[in-house]
Structure formats: C-alpha cells, structure tokens
Design a protein around this ligand. Sequence first.
Ligand code: PXG
Length: 457
Amino acid sequence: MSNTRQLQRLDREHHFHPFTDQGDLNKRGTRIISKADGVYLWDNEGNKILDGMAGLWCVAVGYGRKELADAAHQQMMELPYYNSFFQCTTPPAIKLAEKLADLAPSHLNNVFFTGSGSESNDTVLRLVRHFWSVQGQPERSLIISRKNAYHGSTVAGASLGGMTYMHRQGNLPIPGIEHIDQPYWFEEGGDLTKEEFGKQRAQQLEEKIIEVGAEKVAAFIAEPIQGAGGVIIPPDSYWPEIRRICKKYDILLVADEVICGFGRTGNWFGSQTFEIEPDFMSVAKALSSGYLPIGAVIVSDRVAKVLKELGGEINHGYTYSGHPAAAAVAIKNLEIIEQEKLVEKVAHDTGPYLQSRWRELASHPLVGEVRGLGLIGALELVADKKARTRISKGGKAGSLCRDFCTANGLVMRATGDTMLISPPLVINTSEIDELIGKAKKSLDDTLHAISDGVLEA
Ligand code: PXG
C-alpha cells in the first residue's frame, strides 16, 4: 500500500517504541500491522500472517470479535468512565470481581483492579508489605523473586523481574528484592536429571530465607511457567518443594498469572495446573484478550481478612482501577471463553494436538529441545543436540529464525536462541498444521542460511 512509507517516516520521527533499539528500527523501518481476524494479522502491505503469539500472549479469543466491540460500545454509551475510589464503583467492576472470584481457586475471592500486569505486580508489592506491617511485622518486607523472571516494566515490576538488561537502565532493582536462580534445566541443569535440578533450584528459596532471616521475608513471587524468559516449564519436582518451603516459613506465595491465566495451560490458571495454592494471583492480558487494557490482583481469603480488618485505608489505586468499559469487555471475554469451552479445548483437544505436532520438530537438526504445555511452546536452537551447545553468542540464530518466520507468514517470538509460541486459544487443528508447517520451513531456512555462513559475517 502506498501510505506505508509515509507512515514509517512519521513513526521514525515521532514514536519511541517499547523494548526496541530505535536506531536499528529506523534503519529497517517499522512493520505496520493494519488489521486482524481470527488468528491472522495483515500488515500494511497486505501480507497475511499467522499470529503464533496471540499479540503479546494476550488475544485468547482471537481477533475481530464483534461481541467484545459491542460490549465496549454499549458500556461507553451507558457510562464510559467512573472511578472506584471514595466509596464509589460501577456495575461492571462489581460483576467482574464476582466473576473472577468464581473462576479463581476457591480460596481466592477478593479482587483489586489495575490497568496492566505491571500495575498488578506493583500492587502486589504494596499489599504484601502492608499485610505484614499491619500485623506488627513491618520488617517482613523482603520479596524473593527469580533471575530471568518477567514481572513487568514499571519500577516495581522490573525490580521484581530478574532481567539484568532491564536492571541496567534506571538503577534497578529497588532495595528489598532478592533473586534466586531459575528452574531452567536446558541451559543450567548440567548433568543433573530434570527432577534433581528442579528440587535443587526450589531449595535455593529455603537457602535464601535462612540467609536473610525468615522474619524479614514477606513473599516469594514467580510465574507458574516463565513466559518472556523463554517458556521455562519447571520440572515436576519444583512447585511442590516451593509450596512446602513457603508453608514452612509462612512466606506469602504470589503466582504471576499474567501469561498463564485464563486457559493457556489447559486450566483456568497455571496455579491449578501446578497445584500452587497462591496467596495472590496477578492477572492481565487474556483477562480482556487485550481488547482493552485491564489487570487485577486476586487475593486469598487469609490476606483479604487481614487487610479488611486491620488494613485501614489502602493508600494505593489507579484512575483506571475497575474501568467500566474495560471491565465490561473482560466480562464478555470470559463468557466467550466459557461458552466456547476454550479451556477444555486447550486441555483435551487443541492443546494435545499442538503438543504432539510441535514435538515433531525435535528431529530437526537445529532443535535441541522441544517443550510445551497446553497452547504454549518453546524450541531450543543448538549446534550440538547432546551437549546442548549454542550456535553462536548473543541469540543471533534466534533472531535469524524469527525473521524467516516473519517472511514465511508466521509470528514466532525469539528469546535469545529459544523460539516461542503462544497462539490464540481459538486456534483450530488446521491452523495448527499451518503453524507447524511454517515453523518447519523457517527452521529449514535458518539451517541453510547458517550453513551458508550468514552468522559468521
Ligand atoms: N507479568 C508477566 C508474567 C508478564 O508476562 C507482565 C507481568 C507485565 O504486564 P504488562 O501488561 O504491564 O506488560 C508480563 C508482560 C515478551 C513480552 O516479549 C512479555 C510481556 C510484555 C511485553 C513483552 O514476551 N509480558
């Protein structure tokens, strides 16, 4: 389309992009996505692309859902905005809180609304510290997290997260947060079995608690499966050990469900898949399938009781906490997930189908490990399958493969040399076949390019 260059020029002149090297972007020009339907995107040049990432892990019910647009339209005409501060609220915020209490594990029944996953984790940080403080233990304020975790990009979110490249900008992390190692067997497991390694990594939590003193530790936060860090699925031994340790030392357990929540792993929440029993769950993304920004923190009865009885005024909140239009869209989105039985489908139909086809890629010469669960998956690109050695430093093979995916009409994400997928929950089996075909072709193209010496330049 003729206006692409003009849009790119305006973008270059005025738009700072998130997580993007602006200089590099300007050299190559932005890819402008103009429309979408179902699991497909179209760029401004009219190229059709299968969205293997559901936007950014969020568009669960797929694109082009008129029901969601209608829900937003209706609510905006009725009441586009009112706040939840100062003894007020709105019907959609109330109904969505009730719905989330109903869907969440039975001991989680109270909801604090936010505008995003980052804001949810900022809220968690404030609430866990307040929880201990009002019980006379203000020194219990340390939060333990993990290296290579992703908990958002606000100051608290990035500090809770364990991305060192984020910490390097802006003097992060803030004090009062400690990071232990992650349960990433493929990169860090060495000769240990997965189960030995999982247990060892979980026991680092206990070691850290003893090192700093249990009386100083407020909470442990983790994603059931690390998403942005590379779809890291912990060995089966990991979560039971984490649970045991949190119980033993009475440490609050926070499950960051921003990616796993609302069906991705074949249950409503990753906490159910891994039997986590959290005190807090942070959610966002698929809560509204990304149609409008909204997030939430879902709080356990134990925590809610303390906050209600002793907490006094909670001096925290956002203008858009419980935004009525976003809440109305979220309610309709959850209804669609229920009516179309998307969680059941991920558990029993499309999930197992994707996983069996995804595992076919294990025989490709570049692939050192294939893993996945439900509708989430990862491939490790390697030079040597057995030794688990990488092709080159700096994730160059991953970037190369991602670019081939784009050229072949598939959005697949690269984290270093780990390729990731997380398609919309509405994807059907023939679209899964298409995804696998395009992924395989992109792996072949990557292999040929590497054989031709592209990475040596
Ligand atoms: N927690 C988790 C587990 C996330 O994945 C956030 C919190 C923050 O949510 P907001 O709505 O504030 O962005 C996220 C977000 C990537 C990528 O490249 C992943 C996220 C965001 C941006 C990029 O995979 N996850």
